[in-house]
Design a protein around this ligand. Structure first.
Ligand code: HEM
Length: 362
């Protein structure tokens, strides 16, 4: 148990504790407020607030130190109720920051079928601000960015979680396709250790020391072809997802049960369904080693009059190859692919603590 979690910390006191990490992550404390010293991955394991704003920015590398110092100070001025996480993109390291790049961090590649738009992809730093009310997330984002000079905005997406709730230690939400997401996520409570192993870079990894206990973040802006989807009857949609809308498996298995599929031939749960591709539940295939914490997004119509809305897919893992990339590779050719188009996002590394003084100036 990290020292951070031992007992409530007064926010001010934590902010002023000399030489310690401050403000990069906020965990609910027993006083009902937020303790500002929780490691970011631990924060991300908590149930997500209903709204989120993701803002990717590029920084002027010559001003990197003042930028991060100001960012940290500005974060401390935000209301205790907002959740903030900061991730670093590969381009930050290409520009030459004086600390080592996490071993697996690179620019997110374009996977088969992707149509990545440069205006919505990558970035030196990704700021995620979540809150219970959209105005709160908005004003926190505005305050943070306006108080932190030396950056250029790159892209920004507002996310929301419909029907946001928690059941059986899993955060659930209904996506724009009308299906509930989160059942197949690892349980948060009860197996917190297993979840931490899945998302936090371990001390034993051949990673820079500063990256330990941090996590790799994958963001994918996935546009959903809503009209095409709505034209299909629900039973067809359920075959494409591989679960019923309420999460029940197609063979009747309860939503949270993780038993193998009984039909080797895919006659009940098609072999190209999303859930079966994502997690085939076969002894020779490792279960997904990622933790999803996604949002829906809606950005009105694009220049061609088409609705630009879909899934702001977000997942965290200790190992990108065993985590996101293993699942993404299996999803190639899935039936759902016809209804989705990935247009942006990126790979980022979320350090356990945003502590520029600990690794930045060396
Ligand atoms: C195209 C947009 C997507 C939609 C609409 C979608 C929707 C869903 C739904 C409804 C479920 C079943 C409920 C659940 O277990 O959460 C699910 C499961 C899952 N999805 Fe997705 N998903 C999408 C993209 C992705 C991507 C890009 C990945 C990772 C590369 C992914 C990984 C998973 C995993 C690991 C599961 C759990 C499977 C299980 O253990 O049963 N999904 N998704």
């Amino acid at each position: 148990m990290p020292e951070i979690l031992n007992g409530p910390l007064s926010r001010r006191k934590a902010l002023t504790t000399a030489g310690t990490v401050v403000g990069s992550a906020l965990l609910p404390s027993s006083s009902g407020g937020y303790s500002p010293r929780a490691p970011q991955p631990i924060l991300l394991m908590s149930p997500p607030p209903r709204y989120a704003i993701f803002t990717a920015i590029d920084i002027d590398i010559g001003s990197a130190t003042p930028f991060f110092r100001r960012l940290r100070t500005s974060m401390l001025m935000l209301p205790a109720s907002v959740e903030i996480t900061i991730g670093f993109g590969a381009s930050l390291f290409d520009k030459g920051v004086p600390f080592q790049r996490p071993r697996q961090l690179r620019q997110m590649p374009s996977f088969p079928g992707d149509l990545l738009h440069p205006d919505f992809t990558h970035g030196d730093v990704l700021i995620q601000i979540c809150a219970a009310a959209t105005e709160e997330a908005q004003s926190a984002t505005h305050d943070l960015l306006s108080q932190t000079p030396h950056h250029r905005a790159r892209w920004s997406v507002h996310g929301f979680r419909m029907d946001n709730r928690e059941e059986n230690g899993r955060a659930l939400t209904r996506n724009l396709f009308g299906f509930t997401e989160g059942y197949g996520n690892p349980e948060r409570e009860g197996s917190q250790r297993a979840l931490r192993e899945m998302i936090e870079v371990p001390d034993t990894a051949r990673e820079p020391v500063w990256a330990r206990a941090g996590t790799y973040q994958v963001v994918r802006l996935i546009r959903l072809a809503q009209a095409l989807w709505d034209a299909d009857p629900v039973n067809v949609q359920e075959k494409i997802i591989g679960r019923r809308r309420d999460g029940t498996r197609l063979d009747g298995t309860a939503p949270f049960a993780n038993t193998p599929f009984g039909d080797a031939d895919g006659s009940t749960t098609p072999l190209d369904s999303h859930v079966r591709r994502a997690n085939p539940r076969l002894p020779e295939i490792e279960p997904p080693r990622l933790f999803r914490r996604s949002f829906s997004y809606s950005r009105g119509r694009d220049a061609f009059g088409n609705l630009d809305e879909g899934l702001l897919f977000v997942c965290y893992q200790a190992d990108l190859t065993r985590g996101f990339e293993a699942v993404q590779r299996r999803l190639a050719g899935e039936a759902l692919g016809r209804y989705t188009l990935t247009t942006g996002g990126g790979y980022f590394f979320v350090p356990a603590q945003l502590d520029p003084d600990r690794y930045w100036d060396r």
